[in-house]
Design a protein around this ligand. Structure first.
Ligand code: 5GP
Ligand code: ZN
Length: 116
């Protein structure tokens, strides 16, 4: 995988070519609100680098994966939530629809277990 993929929706958000409501940014990571929120807080946290999933990111750039994971707590607390769920859907069979690594930070309502 390369640094960017011109056909990738989330690479276009990273580049600023598609607008998004960005809530946090750092050197290698950005976070923006999901267009179809499933909870009062539903933020996607993504690497600027194009990698298909979190394991691929960790293999290619472990410090960038760590930066992404560290940002998740701030995303939740900035919205007033101490507790949150962090979900990575990996592969179409797990409902991944955008193949640029992204974690879903979900908070602000009762979260059941097991997830659906
Ligand atoms: P996945 O199903 O791949 O784990 O999650 C993809 C997420 O991206 C979905 O929750 C979907 O609502 C969100 N999404 C898809 N297109 C856009 C977009 O153009 N902007 C934003 N902010 N979110 C998007
Ligand atoms: Zn991408």
């Amino acid at each position: 995988m390369g640094e960017t993929d011109e056909s990738c929706l989330f690479c276009k958000i990273v580049a600023g070519d598609i607008p998004a409501e960005i809530v946090a940014e750092s050197e290698h990571t950005i976070a923006f609100r999901d267009i179809n929120p499933q909870a009062p807080t539903h933020v996607l946290v993504i690497p600027r680098r194009h990698e298909p999933d979190i394991a691929s990111l960790a293999d290619a750039a472990p410090l960038e994966a760590a930066e992404l994971l560290s940002m998740t707590r701030k995303i939740a607390t900035d919205d007033g939530h101490d507790d949150y769920r962090l979900v990575f859907n990996n592969g179409a069979g797990a409902q991944q629809t955008v193949f640029h690594c992204h974690g879903h930070v979900v908070a602000g309502r009762d979260l059941t277990w097991p997830p659906g």
